[in-house]
Design a protein around this ligand. Structure first.
Ligand SMILES: Nc1nc2c(ncn2[C@@H]2O[C@H](COP(=O)(O)OP(=O)(O)OP(=O)(O)O)[C@@H](O)[C@H]2O)c(=O)[nH]1
Ligand SMILES: O=C([O-])CC(=O)C(=O)O
Ligand SMILES: [Mn+2]
Length: 595
């Protein structure tokens, strides 16, 4: 059969591996047209017009929100689908007990049947992209083939897209991630997100949403990259990267892993409270960090992404002014609510709740309605350059040196505001046993505590026990390792109120952590780690916080917590590093002795 005719476009590469693969995929999917994206502003405008004409994008008020558009996804397709996400390694053991597994041949076969002819009447967009600063040794090239103009436009924001990627790949290299994506009939029964780490391949079908469809993000930069990182001795993590510049001009960097919808973007864009005048917090990344050991023996991190795919609800001028400024132009809004005059709205927006809105499904909505106007996982896609607090180092090919690693979950009880680990091994244990209440970022029940090691449970591309072993082994590779902390912004009082104000006030905790890295502030040693004692946290100007309640360690609660981790360790099974179970037992003995 003849490959489909392209729309008069000269193919922008002669790379034989790339051309052969695109032809092969096009032959299977049978699009009417194949279009190669170049990443130019003219192209963006053309594709946007095409999307508007096709009803995929709806223009917002171009005076108030220039370059901004609204998209509503299929109501059955609003979040990542972890139960339909598969790691397709030759053996089930390689995927491990916490991932869904499908044999590679079975997965290729099953999905090929869905892809067969799925793009008839549609355009196949060839989206070449680079994850990481283009000239960085960290950078990886991916090619996403998609039949969604929405995905192509999002990839143009989230990645360094187009010519830059083909230039980086060059005329002969076969070293690129092969991503195939089709929305097909957007049927949850025929929806699969499959990863083939050994083939550097991703096949995603049946969803057009976020982490299911923008293949550079969770699929490549975390699942496939974590597999490569394990083999090559580095780390691919679900972490923000923050730059903190002190009043004396000293810059330091931290990386933080919080599960989806647990505060990475907010922390990375934080504005410090008045008492911290002179401090500047800047964003290097808000979701993913690739980290390698540098020549100086420190851990260096880059953000592989080029945009933010952020949670809209809860974002307002008070909680995250930098995000509000970031999304004023050239932003795609997905599943938010709209006003009649083309503005956007979501729960937790500043000001009065409008009397009338158009809800995320496009239906009329009235104030007081029991239904939410915006979907709880509604999102914005915005370019990093829009962020007023963007660190100039975001594009530095060598990355930034990390002083502290922060793990944080969403826990209404037990876990204190901040805890410093005794050492690397104990830090890995804290990350490995981290729990968090589930959120709307993935389909399924919300608010249930689940163990989410390093916030990577849904994103680790191989066996969990081996991943934790890799973390422990990194200690030998990093002569000057970062200090490791556990934080929790979400602890609540008996009557359900947050004990800690969070957001900008998290600067107070960040400052304590940075000072701890330099031995410049006190702490008390508890059975579980170091915590700030009264007077160690800078609380000048802080109102409405129950600091004692937020920082308290209840040994009774912790005995239960440590005991409940047995179940999790049993789930990880025989590859669980012995050292971690040893840590648990030692801590439990200490907690019982101290009680
Ligand atoms: N109470 C409280 N809520 C917070 C804090 N930081 C963030 N949130 C809320 O948590 C939700 C998610 O925050 P984000 O910063 O978008 O989370 P994220 O980790 O970047 O999420 P993903 O993009 O899904 O990975 C939002 O509704 C925020 O308003 C905090 O310090 N305290
Ligand atoms: O991947 C997505 O759809 C959104 C995201 O950042 C996450 O869930 O962590
Ligand atoms: Mn995320």
């Amino acid at each position: 059969m003849r490959a489909p005719v392209e729309s008069g476009q000269k193919r922008p590469t002669s790379n034989p591996s790339l051309l052969a693969w695109v032809d092969e995929m096009a032959k299977m999917c049978k699009p009417d047209r194949v279009y190669w994206c170049d990443g130019s502003p003219e192209e963006k405008q053309r594709l946007t017009e095409e999307a508007v004409a096709g009803g995929v994008l709806i223009p917002l008020d171009q005076k108030k929100l220039p370059g901004c558009y609204f998209h509503h996804s299929n109501p059955n397709d609003v979040a990542r689908v972890e139960h339909l996400t598969f790691i397709c390694t030759p053996t089930k053991e390689e995927a491990g007990p916490t991932n869904n597994w499908m044999a590679p041949q079975e997965a290729y076969h099953k999905l090929a049947a869905i892809y067969d002819g799925a793009m008839k009447g549609r355009t196949l967009y060839v989206v070449p992209y680079v994850m990481g600063p283009a000239r960085s040794p960290f950078a990886k090239v991916g090619i996403e083939l998609t039949d969604s103009v929405y995905v192509a436009l999002n990839m143009g924001i989230m990645t360094r897209m187009g010519k830059v990627a083909l230039d980086r790949l060059g005329p002969t290299s076969a070293e690129f991630n092969k991503g195939l994506h089709s929305v097909a009939d957007c049927n949850p029964e025929r929806r699969f997100i499959c990863h083939f780490p050994q083939d550097n391949t991703i096949w995603s079908v049946g969803s057009g949403y976020g982490g299911n469809a923008l293949l550079g993000k969770k699929c490549l930069a975390l699942r496939i990259a974590s597999y490569l990182a394990k083999n090559e001795g580095w780390l691919a993590e679900h972490m923000l990267i923050l730059e903190a510049e002190s009043p004396t001009g000293e810059k330091r960097y931290v990386a933080g892993a919080f599960p989806s919808a647990c505060g990475k973007t907010n922390f990375a864009m934080m504005i410090p409270p008045k008492a911290f005048q002179g401090w500047k917090i800047r964003t290097v990344g808000d979701d993913i960090a690739w980290m390698r050991v540098g020549e100086d023996g420190r851990l260096w991190a880059v953000n592989p992404e080029y945009g933010y795919f952020g949670v809209a609800p809860g974002t307002n001028r008070k909680t995250n002014p930098n995000a509000m400024d970031t999304i004023k132009k050239d932003t795609l809004y997905t599943n938010v609510a709209r006003t009649k005059d083309g503005d956007v709205w979501w729960e937790g927006m500043d000001g009065e709740v409008p009397a009338e809105l158009i809800d995320w499904k496009g239906q009329p909505w009235k104030k007081g309605s029991a239904e939410k106007a915006a979907h709880p996982n509604s999102r914005f896609t915005a370019p990093v350059q829009n962020n007023p607090a963007l660190s100039p180092s975001y594009d530095d090919p060598k990355g930034v040196p990390i002083d502290a690693i922060i793990f944080g979950g969403r826990r209404s009880t037990t876990v204190p505001l901040v805890l410093q680990s005794f050492d690397w091994k104990h830090g890995v244990y804290l990350g490995a046993t981290m729990g968090s209440e589930t959120t709307a970022a993935a389909t399924g029940a919300v608010g249930v505590v689940r163990r989410d090691p390093m916030a990577m449970l849904p994103f680790c591309g191989y066996d969990m026990g081996s991943y934790l072993r890799h973390w422990l082994d990194m200690e030998k590779r990093i002569p000057k390792p970062p200090k490791v902390f556990l934080v929790n912004w979400f602890r609540k009082s008996q009557d359900g109120k947050f004990l800690w104000p969070g957001y900008g006030d998290n600067m107070r905790v960040l400052k304590w952590m940075l000072d701890r890295c330099q031995g410049a502030v006190g702490a008390q040693e508890t059975a579980l780690g170091f915590t700030p004692k009264a007077g160690d946290l800078d609380v000048r100007g802080l109102e409405h916080a129950d600091i004692a309640g937020a920082t308290r360690i209840d040994l009774g609660e912790w005995a239960g917590e440590l005991e409940s981790q047995t179940e999790w360790f049993q789930k990880i099974g025989k590859t669980l590093p012995r050292e971690l179970e040893q840590q648990r037992q030692d801590l439990l003995a200490k907690v019982k002795a101290a009680k």
